[in-house]
Every structure is written in C-alpha cells, then in structure tokens.
Design a binder for this molecule. Structure first.
Ligand code: HEC
Length: 257
C-alpha cells in the first residue's frame, strides 16, 4: 500500500520557487504592517496613552471606572473638607472642563487647584510627613491631579462595526493561514511541527474572532482575543519563514515523518 505523497515545494521549478518566495515575503510584510496599524488604531481606545490590554478591553468589552479623586470625595474623604469645597470639586470632576478649569483663574478660591492646595496638600504632597500624610497619592500639581481626575465610560464598538470588521477579516485571515499552512506541510520540516503550527494558528484565530463577540459580556475573553491573535500571527510568521527557508535550503532528504 503506497500512501499518496504530499507534493513537495523542493520539487518546484526554480522560477515557481522564486514566485512563491516573493509572495510569501510580501504577505509577511503586509502582516507586519497590520500589526502596526492595530497598535495605532487602538492606542487611545481606553482614553489613556499607550497600547495596553485596556485598549483591547475598551474596544470589545468597554471600560467604566470612576475617577479615584471623585471616588474619595464622594466617600466623604477627607472628613473635615467644607461642604462648599467638596461640592465645587465634585462638580468640577463631573464636568467636561476638568482640564480647563483645574486652575481657572476666574473661579478664585473655588478653583480646584486652590482648594487642593489648601485642603489636601498637607497630607498629599510628595514631601508630606505627618502621621496622616499619604504622599503615595501625590496631588502636587496639574500632572498629579489630572492623572486621577478622569472617570472613564468607554463603550465597546457597536455589533454592526464588529460584524463589518469580521466579515472581511475572518475569511481572509483564515485563507492566509490555510495557504501558508498548506505550503508549510509541503516543506521538509517535520510533519508534527508544521501540523502543530497550523493547529495552534487555527485555534488562535477562532479564539480571536469568537472572543470578540464573547468579550462583550465577559471580559475574561479579552485574553482569548489577545492570546489568540498572537498565536495566529506567530503561526503565519513561522509557517511563512519555514516555507522560505525550505524553498532555498539545498539538498537534504525528506524528513517529514
Ligand atoms: C489628614 C490627611 C489627609 C487630607 C487632608 C487629605 N487626605 Fe486624601 N488620603 C489620606 C490618607 C491617609 C489616605 C489613604 C487612606 C484612605 O484612603 O483613607 C488618603 C487617600 C486619598 C485618595 C486615594 C483613595 C484611593 O482610592 O486610594 C485620594 C484620591 C485622596 N486621598 C484625595 C484627597 C483629596 C482630593 C483631598 C483634599 C480635598 C485629600 N485627599 C485630603 C489623607 C488625607
């Protein structure tokens, strides 16, 4: 009984191998760019600089968090703060002009910067020392204060957008790995290795795409989106590089089993 042999890239005409090489190089280059695009596109999704897990969380699950400053004030901290001052600070933190009004000259003594200087800095200055001091949450200037002044309420992308995005991404991303993976199994690399890369990439893509829907209700799926995406991208890269190496590696006997 002879088993049907998988065709081998090595047997292709040199021109065909050249063509496949150039196409795979272009494909990998394009994927590197889409990685970059992803970064830029989601960078500010969580309303904070830098590309982090929270950007992905914001896009697919949404993020709501209260400003720590507002939370402390609403919880009655600090106890001896006058009612007018507390109300002024709360109104400021709930406004759309947090940035502008922080040290708004027109607000006089009720300017947030003034209230904070008078009522908070004894304990919240970097070099505050008293027994009740809490320099771990410094409020020394605009940078310190504004970094904890904003509440976040980021809604996930609407399902329509998700559907539009996936109806092109899911099929093309699956096809790309199908092609590179199929080329991969036609190399002289170990069959278990090319199979493993293909299986991991396939599972990764499914987790990534499925996770984008499931994360709406349960943010644990954010890890599936990110982990799946990385597994998929890694598989495409590995399979692509494996194909290129195999196309030009001279001689050698087949070691596919
Ligand atoms: C008498 C000292 C004292 C004063 C005055 C004071 N704080 Fe605090 N603050 C603390 C201490 C101690 C903590 C940490 C323990 C706690 O949460 O009560 C704290 C915690 C906080 C936190 C962090 C809460 C968290 O979630 O971790 C914020 C925000 C805060 N203060 C804001 C302010 C603001 C705004 C003012 C002025 C309006 C102020 N504090 C005045 C002592 C002070």
């Amino acid at each position: 009984m002879s088993r049907l042999q998988t065709p081998r890239l090595k047997d292709l005409h040199p021109l065909a191998r050249l063509g496949v090489t150039l196409l795979v190089v272009t494909l990998l280059g394009g994927y590197a760019l889409s990685g970059l695009h992803l970064r830029w596109h989601y960078d500010n999704r969580d309303e904070q600089a830098g590309f982090t897990l929270d950007d992905v969380r914001a896009a697919y699950h949404g993020i709501t968090s209260e400003s720590p400053l507002l939370g402390a004030l609403n919880a009655g901290h600090p106890e001896d703060l006058g009612e007018t001052d507390r109300e002024a600070l709360v109104a400021w933190l709930e406004s759309d002009t947090i940035n502008i009004d922080y040290d708004n000259f027109d607000l006089g003594d009720e300017a947030p910067a003034e209230i904070i200087a008078v009522s908070c800095l004894d304990c919240h200055s970097r070099n505050a020392t008293g027994t009740d001091a809490y320099p771990r949450v410094p409020l020394d200037g605009a940078d310190d204060v504004l970094s904890i002044a904003y509440s976040r309420d980021v809604q996930p992308s609407p399902v329509e957008i998700l559907a539009v995005s996936q109806h092109t991404h899911a099929p093309t991303m699956a096809l790309v790995l199908l092609v590179v993976g199929a080329l991969g199994v036609m190399t002289r690399w170990w069959r278990w290795l090319t199979g493993f890369v293909l299986a991991v990439g396939g599972l990764g893509l499914l987790c990534d795409m499925g996770g984008q829907w499931l994360a709406r209700d349960n943010d644990a799926w954010v890890y599936a989106i990110v982990g799946g995406g990385i597994a998929y991208a890694g598989s495409v890269m590995l399979a692509g590089l494996g194909v290129i190496v195999d196309l030009w590696l001279p001689g050698g006997k087949a070691s596919r089993d």
